[in-house]
Design a protein around this ligand. Structure first.
Ligand SMILES: [Zn+2]
Ligand SMILES: [Zn+2]
Length: 564
């Protein structure tokens, strides 16, 4: 359900105080905030939680942890920061559901450098033998971490580190192995009838043989769903290793019958989610809208009526798309946070998440320049350099300090598309010289700010390269490409050089390129091609007039005259 008003009121079967559509517009005269995270913080504070306030996110370790998953970290981070500002101690945790069984082979994986590889490029056979076993019991396909699950957790930790967000990554397997969920398992199994009664409202096939615990088979290591008895005093269950349905296939059990302790298995996921809230004392958890209709209502019910505990403040967020399409690990339609940070500054990426999580958005790599421009605008509004309407000004005022490491008015930004133009040359001195000539840097700009501004050039260069867009050209500065022009073209180039010597205006130079070609009876297309050959050793290039106007004149004149 999106914010555009389909459906009205909480019809998802949860008490109104647990309506997960927290950010939906409300009519009553409640205080309006410029920043959604303040609205969430109000809601959390209204429950008078003890410090530290615990904010959680989490995912199951299948596939690749990508930019879309960063919602689970960054949205919680903004709420955490608002609460810290209000004087609370906050702990942000991220759970990896790494005791979940591997149900199917992922088609793509990511190594620790963020390279996405096909399953065939790693040891797929070894993975295939491990279907049905917990992720933390499966060898790391890359061989670098203790297990498949640990590899995934390391990647998650990397996302948070890249965005400079302090989180505690909590492994479910660790919780079970340290016995931290033993009491929870004991309570659930002690009143299995209650668990069955509540769960049967949400799930078929919950009969009197159902137990809310899935042991790990001591023989084959797979998770089995067939518990045959409970010995509460001994703290064990007896089980039979049976087949597991995994989508359209069956993972075969080995038939072994044995006993398992309460830490030697896992809770079914609807119970496990609630057990995490209970064990970690979770006060707030954002989740994607796929959870809003299914697992959230059952989670609320199980928390209130089985665990006798209060569920956390929920918040549904909209999924965003990547260049217009949903993220898909299996199709390889993903981008990693580490990749994005090679294209834009961390503060720009944080800004993307700071806008409205209840609205569907697109993260467009193709049009990354627009996102950067929006951020630059926000920054300039914050520093009072440009006018904005009240809402925009209030948003900038409230949000900007949460985006940057340090608020510093002396910071300068080179517009992203201009940075991409600068990226056509890899000479750092020339980049700086042009940026100064175009007025993006002046004598008062401190050295650190010059360096920081020019860092954007490398990123915009990488963007041009990766998207192969209109800025993806390499200025051949060091050496003149091999050229062979006829005398008309040569005469026209000489004349164009004379014009550039006397004129600086980009559009005038652009117009003169057409005029010079006509005067010398040279086909206009051929004349532009001659220019691109001279400067880029290619048949095409950026809009030539404005580009030449930005370069240093001595170089442009010498090159047009084929001297160097
Ligand atoms: Zn690894
Ligand atoms: Zn088995």
């Amino acid at each position: 359900m999106s914010a555009d008003g389909e459906g009205d009121g909480p019809d998802h079967g949860v008490p109104p105080e647990y309506d997960p559509y927290l950010l939906r517009e409300r009519e009553d005269g409640e205080e309006r905030h410029a920043f959604w995270a303040d609205r969430v913080a109000d809601e959390i504070e209204s429950r008078s939680p003890d410090d530290p306030i615990v904010i959680k996110g989490g995912i199951s370790p299948s596939g690749i942890p990508h930019l879309g998953n960063a919602n689970e970290i960054v949205l919680g981070y903004f709420v955490a920061e608002v609460l810290r500002e209000r004087g609370h101690e906050v702990r942000q945790v991220f759970t990896t559901d790494d005791r979940d069984p591997l149900r199917k082979l992922p088609r793509k994986l990511a190594d620790l450098d963020g390279e996405i590889v096909d399953l065939g490029d790693v040891n797929a056979g070894a993975l295939g033998k491990n279907l049905g076993r917990p992720y933390t019991d499966i060898p790391d396909p890359f061989g670098c971490c203790d297990s498949y699950g640990a590899h995934f957790s390391t990647l998650i930790g990397g996302i948070a580190e890249d965005l400079d967000i302090p989180i505690d990554v909590v492994s479910n397997t660790d919780l079970y192995e340290r016995g931290e969920l033993d009491d929870t398992v004991a309570d659930l199994l002690g009143d299995a009838e209650r668990a069955r009664e509540v769960l049967s409202e949400y799930q078929d096939k919950v009969d009197e043989d159902y137990y809310p615990f899935n042991p790990i088979c001591a023989e084959c290591g797979k998770i089995t769903e067939t518990v045959t008895g409970v010995d509460a005093d001994a703290g064990t269950v007896s089980y039979r290793c049976t087949d597991m349905e995994a989508g359209d296939r069956t993972i075969e059990g080995c038939g072994h019958e044995g006993e398992a302790g309460f830490g030697e298995g896992k809770l079914p996921w609807r119970f496990e989610w609630v057990a995490q809230w209970d064990q970690l004392g979770v006060d707030f958890e954002p989740f994607g809208k796929d959870h809003a209709e299914g697992s959230w209502p059952s989670g609320v019910d199980i928390a209130l009526n089985v665990f006798d505990t209060e569920p956390p403040v929920p918040m549904v967020y909209e999924w965003f798309t990547l260049d217009g399409q949903p993220f898909s690990s299996s199709e390889g339609h993903v981008v990693l946070v580490s990749d994005v940070l090679e294209l834009i500054e961390p503060e720009v990426l944080r800004y993307f998440f700071a806008t409205d999580p209840s609205k569907a958005q697109d993260f467009s790599i193709e049009r990354l320049d627009q996102l950067v421009n929006e951020f630059d605008r926000l920054e300039r509004i914050y520093f009072g350099e440009i006018d904005a309407d009240d809402a925009e000004a209030a948003f900038a005022e409230r949000v900007y300090p949460f985006l940057v490491e340090e608020v510093d008015e002396e910071r300068v930004r080179i517009p992203y598309s201009f940075a991409a133009v600068l990226g056509m040359t890899d000479d750092p001195d020339l980049r700086e010289e042009i940026a100064r000539r175009e007025g993006h840097i002046d004598e008062d700009t401190p050295e650190w700010a010059v360096d920081a501004a020019l860092e954007r050039v490398e990123r915009a260069r990488e963007w041009a390269r990766r998207t192969d867009n209109a800025y993806n050209y390499d200025l051949k500065r060091d050496e003149i490409p091999t050229v062979d022009f006829d005398e008309n073209v040569e005469a026209a180039l000489d004349e164009l050089a004379d014009f550039v010597e006397r004129h600086d205006d980009p559009e005038e130079i652009q117009g003169e390129i057409f005029e010079t070609a006509r005067r010398h009876d040279v086909d206009v297309g051929d004349f532009f091609a001659a220019g691109y050959r001279l400067f880029f050793d290619q048949e095409d290039g950026p809009k030539l007039g404005p580009f030449l106007a930005k370069l240093d004149e001595a170089f442009v004149l010498a090159r047009l005259r084929r001297e160097r």
